[in-house]
Design a protein. Structure first.
Length: 191
């Protein structure tokens, strides 16, 4: 029986549904915190912003502690409230901040083999297209039963197109899937 227990491995997987935030809801004497409960992240943000605000009071302050301390407390509370509105994700907040900072300091086009990529400005690429009618192609009109035969018209000499040195590739007609493919198939001569 003991051998079986030694062979057994226990694995635990915690999904997002099991990540419950830890709250600070009461003071040490049991009284409820006004506006609480607060998450640990909100508590840390509140403490850091309050300490920084009081340390830099000579830079932004009015000189009167009666005005400066409530302003610092209000700004700290606003920062903590904003930190509580940040959605909880699986990524660490510090990792997100460092990734954002590194993305802002990297070149916009990136690097390839250690060299900064440079995107060339757009330029005009000229060229021409010619569509030639195959030799011996004629337009066929369906004959209707009620029309009389047309009198013979005089024969007019048509310029003869020189055949290409390399013949056009012939493709077996394929099953067209979209309207664009049908048009391309008709242009190639397949029905």
């Amino acid at each position: 029986m003991a051998d079986r227990d030694e062979e057994r491995e226990v694995a635990r997987f915690y999904t997002r549904s099991r990540r419950f935030p830890k709250f600070i809801g009461r003071l040490h004497d049991g009284t409820k915190i006004p506006g609480g409960p607060y998450t640990l992240t909100q508590g840390v943000v509140l403490a850091i912003v309050l300490v920084v605000a009081l340390m830099t009071q000579s830079v932004w302050g009015t000189g009167s502690p009666i005005v400066d301390i409530p302003v610092a407390a209000f700004v700290s509370w606003g920062a903590a409230w904003g930190a509580g509105r940040i959605p909880a994700t699986r990524r660490n907040l510090l990792s997100i901040i460092t990734s954002g900072m590194s993305a802002m300091t990297r070149p916009a086009a990136g690097r390839y083999r250690g060299v900064t990529m440079r995107v060339r400005p757009p330029h005009f690429a000229g060229g021409g297209t010619t569509i030639a009618e195959p030799v011996g192609a004629t337009l066929a009109r369906p004959d209707s039963e009620n029309t009389a035969p047309a009198p013979e018209a005089p024969v007019v000499a048509q310029p003869v197109l020189q055949p290409r040195s390399t013949p056009l590739p012939t493709h077996a007609p394929a099953h067209a899937v979209s309207g664009v493919e049908r048009l391309l198939q008709q242009a190639r001569g397949g029905n």
